[in-house]
Design a protein around this ligand. Structure first.
Ligand code: ADP
Ligand code: ZN
Length: 765
């Protein structure tokens, strides 16, 4: 985000004066990094039309180029201090009715203040592109038949061609243009012109959907294997009872459903949604993108029939259709990833966030919002309850529960008194991994599980075949890096390429070290591709399949593999965290974590938390059916509290070790962080700018704000842009917000340098 200084903002107004200067004024904001509301006069012809929440076209800047902005308020008089004779006029209104309702206007204004972006940028993030460009619709001249003609159709005396055309038009469910009708009635335009002259047919200019409503994505699921609704367990009943006053009473309350995997959290969400639906209200369910599997969707569809599913693979037209039908109140249940938090439900009664600890709820481009925190704010503004569910709540959420802001509702037993799976740690420092990734104990456990007709899941959170390539010359020993990024390249054997996982750049394998020309580069590290090869060699009699973003490129491939695994055709499923989340396969009796340490040594204060979550989540993938499950975790750090606690399913034990560490360093949840990232093609320029930024911040900093840096980010270069960051910390968010609001308008990064402001950062690389 680059910020514009005060002088340039003034240029956005015209120099020339417009004639009349009274009448209502519209406050307009733009999707630009300028935190200001601009006033425009509403001309008489638009007075009855313009209202807050619409997009409008207005002249902008010296050249008066038409620009699209969002109307956020209407004032009767010109704002004080403004010369009415210099105000420009609104040109026209793009949305009628408005796209944004009052609650969303308020929510986006809060976002702008909290996440240090402009109101216009926040608004722009709320409205999907497909809605802005009205994807999937067309404006045309459509034919209509007046009601009285329709009623007396049989009595009309008409030439055959005209009679036929009129009959076809009356029968059509879809709006027809003249060209459509010529085609369908197999006639020329003559008969239609004649019908219009007689007044039997009229024309209107309208916007219409191009095709019929997408039956597939909203249709009710008439699955034959529909299950009866289960009777709630005692724990589930207790949780529902605790939430009932809020569910039935228009009350803001945040509930944390802290339940182990398989404790029946999803069943509680379904019951809670039913309660608010019965009152004619709508529910939004946020899940991580990765959990938007057919399995999750089927479960919601079976229960509620018509639901809207908002995932990242929708076309603009589909997104637009969903938005319209949600805004029209045609769908009561909306299930989606991060941005579904903005779904334009009119009578929202409940928000549910499953796996609330997931980092994918954080958006990594401006506005850098966290969907969980935005959802809590939305619930507060709309005075409704919100349920956060997780087996491993984020420590921020846990702390909010400790402080009494959220009500924690524990669900500590699995449904049907199924035991939690037994987790065994395999200390890799004592194992010889001659074959590759699988230790002998893990191989033996796989043999046993497969012989016993069970299924196996293997998790390895690294794609590719070899995870690094290194020069064997001891005086060089360089790791091959991407040309554009400060990142080691991964070798993908199937494609015979070295690939950068940060920018996706590909290059052929060099015959020798690019730096010292030593031949015979050494390839090391194990990715999922190599693990797949190892499994195929070790278990040739069983079907195995790899699931990662390389093998799951085709639409539908995810679903295909999962259903083959469900049917038992695939016996071994291996992959990245894609397989760790939200899946429920009763016949999985063994889960192997090939390397639990991949996240442990990251330069990130959440490294331990991520490791704990990952191991605990995969461990929950087994023992969900009638057969007990077993989990084997390979690690070099079996004594680390994150791995030790995860192996004992001991969330509170983990928290007891981790929170004091966070408190000691003032890290979240005990302090607030803001990360300022400067990037640009010229490293010296970025560094100088960040140093100046530090000085500006220091001069304005209230007490209690500490600053670290500027320093190169852990990944110092991405896509040929050098990156430096400055970290601001304070005990509460207020002083940081005040500081950013005071300094941000004065910052103007030079040349090609860009500045991003990340409030409550999740990614620290
Ligand atoms: P979670 O979301 O906590 O992992 P689920 O809601 O998916 O748990 O429940 C785990 C399994 O138990 C599912 O197969 C679900 O259908 C089943 N289940 C949940 N609640 C009940 C209940 N009250 N009676 C019987 N089975 C239940
Ligand atoms: Zn790269």
């Amino acid at each position: 985000m680059s910020l514009v200084n005060g002088k340039r903002q003034a240029d956005w107004f015209a120099d020339e004066a417009s004639a009349e200067a009274d009448g209502p004024y519209a406050g307009i904001v733009f999707n630009r990094p300028i935190d200001q509301i601009f006033s425009y006069r509403v001309p008489a012809r638009l007075e009855a039309v313009v209202c807050p929440g619409q997009r409008v076209r207005v002249p902008l800047g010296r050249g008066n180029k038409p620009a699209v902005g969002y109307c956020v308020r209407i004032d009767a008089e010109a704002p004080s201090g403004m010369d009415p004779s210099r105000v420009k006029e609104v040109i026209d209104v793009l949305d009628d009715p408005p796209l944004i309702n009052r609650a969303m206007l308020e929510l986006t204004r809060w976002m702008a203040g909290y996440y240090a972006c402009s109101w216009g940028q926040a608004l722009d993030a709320v409205v999907p592109a497909g809605v802005k460009n009205q994807a999937g619709t067309r404006v045309g001249t459509f034919l209509t038949v007046p009601d009285e003609i329709r009623k007396s159709l049989e009595t009309l005396q008409l030439p055959p061609k005209q009679a036929e055309a009129l009959a076809v038009l009356c029968r059509s469910d879809e709006p027809l243009t003249i060209a459509d009708l010529c085609r369908l009635a197999k006639c020329a335009t003559g008969p239609i012109t004649a019908l219009r002259q007689r007044g039997y047919v009229q024309t209107v200019r309208r916007r219409h959907s191009k095709d019929a409503f997408d039956a597939a994505s909203v249709a009710s699921d008439l699955d034959s294997d529909a299950k009866p609704i289960p009777t709630l367990t005692d724990e589930q009943t207790a949780v529902m009872a605790a939430m009932t006053p809020a569910l039935e009473g228009d009350e803001f309350a945040t509930f944390l459903i802290h339940g182990v995997t398989g404790s029946g959290k999803t069943e509680v969400y379904l019951s809670a949604i039913e309660r608010v639906m019965a009152r004619g209200r709508e529910a939004i369910v946020l899940v991580p993108e990765i959990s938007l599997t057919p399995q999750t969707i089927r479960r919601f569809r079976r229960r509620f029939g018509k639901i809207a599913v908002l995932h990242s693979h929708l076309s603009d037209a589909e997104r637009h259709r969903h938005w319209r039908s949600i805004a029209a109140g045609e769908v009561q249940v909306i299930v989606g990833a991060r941005s579904a938090v903005f779904a334009p439900a009119r009578r929202l009664g409940l928000i549910v966030i499953d796996e609330e600890h997931e980092s994918t709820f954080k958006q990594e481009t401006t506005p850098r919002y966290h969907a969980r925190d935005v959802a809590v704010k939305r619930a507060q503004l709309e005075r409704i309850p919100i349920l956060l569910g997780s087996a491993t709540p984020a420590l921020e959420t846990w702390r909010n529960a400790e402080l009494g802001r959220y009500l924690r509702l524990p669900m500590m037993a699995r449904v049907g008194a199924r035991p939690m799976p037994k987790v065994e740690l395999i200390d890799l420092s004592h194992e010889r991994l001659a074959l590759g990734g699988l230790s002998e104990p893990l191989r033996q456990a796989m043999i046993a599980a497969l012989k016993d007709d069970g299924q196996v899941m293997l998790l390895l959170n690294r794609r590719g075949f070899h995870t690094f390539v290194i020069c064997p010359n001891p005086r060089c020993n360089q790791v091959l890096k991407c040309d554009a990024c400060d990142v080691a390249l991964t070798y993908h054997k199937g494609r015979r390429l070295l690939i950068c996982h940060t920018c996706d750049a590909e290059r052929p394998r060099p015959p020798a070290c690019p730096s010292c020309q030593a031949p015979n580069l050494h390839y090391g590290g194990i990715g999922t591709e190599r693990l797949e090869r190892e499994v195929e060699t070790a278990f040739p009699d069983y079907v195995s399949r790899r699931m990662d973003s390389d093998t799951m490129r085709m639409p539908g491939s995810h679903e295909q593999v999962l259903s083959a695994f469900r049917s038992g055709e695939i016996r071994i499923l291996l992959g990245t965290q894609m397989i760790a989340k939200g899946l429920d396969f009763p016949n999985v009796t063994l889960v192997g974590v090939v390397n639990a340490d991949t996240a442990l040594h990251m330069p990130d204060f959440r490294a331990a938390e991520r490791t704990f979550q990952l191991v605990a989540q995969v461990a929950g993938r087994t023992g969900r059916g009638d057969r007990p499950g077993r989990v084997l975790v390979q690690t070099f750090a079996p004594d680390h509290y994150a791995i030790d606690c995860a192996s004992r399913h001991d969330y509170e034990g983990f928290v007891a070790c981790e929170l004091p560490e966070r408190q000691r360093f003032g890290m979240p949840p005990f302090g607030r962080l803001v990360r300022l990232i400067g990037r640009g093609p010229d490293e010296a320029m970025v560094r100088t700018f960040m140093n100046e930024l530090l000085e500006a911040l220091k001069a304005a900093a209230p007490p209690g704000v500490t600053m670290h840096g500027p320093a190169p980010t852990p990944i110092a270069k991405i896509r040929n842009l050098y990156r430096y960051h400055l970290r601001l910390r304070s005990e509460s968010p207020r002083p940081l917000q005040a500081l950013l609001q005071a300094v941000a308008p004065k910052i103007s990064p030079p040349g090609e340098v860009e500045l991003a402001i990340d409030v409550d950062p999740v990614n620290l690389l």
